[in-house]
Write a protein that binds this ligand. Structure first.
Ligand code: KG4
Ligand code: ZN
Length: 350
């Protein structure tokens, strides 16, 4: 009897994330608001050899890692596959091949277990993870989503209703971190490496540009910043060896320039739309200097909210949590399909 009561008091949502180079598998109990397990495998070392993600290799590795991760999670938490109530997976945006692997596993499991399958928007899941870790959000609010593939400033009107105010017109900010790190001979992913190096950095005499900082819109541009680093590196190399100190100085200046751009447009949007909260998420929101600047230099009376550090970068929990938030929406059929270019404004909110 106790067992039966417990059974009906749970709603176990399996989350599957494979949009890029992390295989994330997590089980979330929506009724008790509890993570049952989170398993993550990062392919960073594999892609590090190439200085960036190789989509075909990423897809193959998801194929190899998904089932072992799922088995481990279920075994460690003593859960039977049949106990899963719903399966949520990343349908997009992301890399087509890697997305197809996650979609194929999700639909096959749904078919075999006769359980509903929910498609999740990767960037909405990044955002909603802040709701899990910091539930005091009040609509409307602003969100700044900063990852390897996206830089989006959007107004969240109400649950699931997004108005994109601005985005990058070229590279995403995480991509700029990754490409700049590569130029400086640092490992992939570049964001954490640049952050580490910048701690020992000293202010440079020559400042890097802050592209389109004063444009009268909410867009960003980071490719020129990366190119400016390339020119600086070439200049310094002509003068002598690129020492660790010089690399640290460039990292510090690059990071400051990128944060200045993000902060300036965020403040402009907070003022123009009279909003008081901004939710930051995505891999770059794990950057400690960014968090420090968003606490000291944000427009007066406004506050920044983030998921936990561990939930900023890609993970399966954000997909499971978002799946639970969307549990009452119409379920998908068995067809395996993905949407690599899915816009945040097109998510299904019922
Ligand atoms: O959200 P995410 O894990 O994957 C995508 O959806 O793209 O973000 C990955 C990006 C990478 O570009 C990585 O370099 C960046 O987030 N990143 C960081 C930090 N940690 C990860 N960038 C700056 N500082 C960090 N600490
Ligand atoms: Zn992501």
């Amino acid at each position: 009897m106790t067992f039966l009561i417990c059974y009906y008091l749970k709603m176990l949502v399996l989350g599957i994330e494979t949009s890029c180079d992390e295989t994330g598998v997590a089980l979330y109990d929506g009724k008790n608001k509890k993570i049952i397990f989170e398993c993550l495998f990062s392919q960073a070392d594999k892609h590090s050899l190439y200085g960036g993600v190789v989509p075909e290799l990423a897809a193959r590795d998801h194929t190899n890692k998904f089932l072992p991760l799922l088995k481990k999670g279920l075994n460690d938490s003593n859960i039977n596959l049949k106990d899963i109530d719903v399966i949520a997976y990343t349908k997009g945006p992301g890399l087509r091949g890697p997305l197809m692997v996650g979609a194929a596993f999700a639909k096959s499991l749904g078919f075999a277990l006769d359980k509903p399958v929910i498609p999740v928007h990767h960037m909405e899941a990044h955002l909603l993870m802040a709701k899990y870790d910091a539930p005091e959000l009040c609509y409307p609010f602003l969100t700044l989503l900063v990852s390897g593939g996206h830089t989006i400033l959007a107004k969240v009107e109400q649950s699931g209703v997004y108005k994109i105010l601005g985005q990058t017109i070229d590279d995403a900010v995480g991509e700029a971190f990754d490409k700049t790190a590569k130029l400086l001979g640092l490992k992939y992913p570049g964001g954490p490496e640049i952050e580490k190096m910048s701690v020992r950095g000293k202010n440079m005499k020559d400042r890097l540009p802050r592209p389109i900082l004063n444009s009268n819109d909410y867009n960003f541009s980071f490719s020129g910043l990366k190119t400016a680093v390339l020119y600086k590196v070439n200049e310094l190399k002509r003068e002598g060896e690129l020492s660790n100190q010089l690399i640290s100085n460039i990292c510090l200046e690059f990071q400051n320039a990128a944060i200045d751009c993000l902060l300036h447009k965020t403040n402009k949007a907070l003022i123009d739309f009279d909003l008081k909260q901004v939710v930051l998420s995505g891999g770059v929101a794990a950057n400690k200097e960014l968090r420090r600047r968003f606490s000291t230099d944000l427009h007066q009376g406004c506050s920044a909210i983030y998921p936990d550090f561990s939930h900023c970068t890609d993970n399966g929990t954000m997909i499971a949590f978002t799946g639970y938030e969307k549990i009452n929406l119409p379920k998908e059929d068995n067809k395996i399909s993905v949407n690599p270019k899915w816009s945040l404004e097109e998510v299904d909110n019922g």
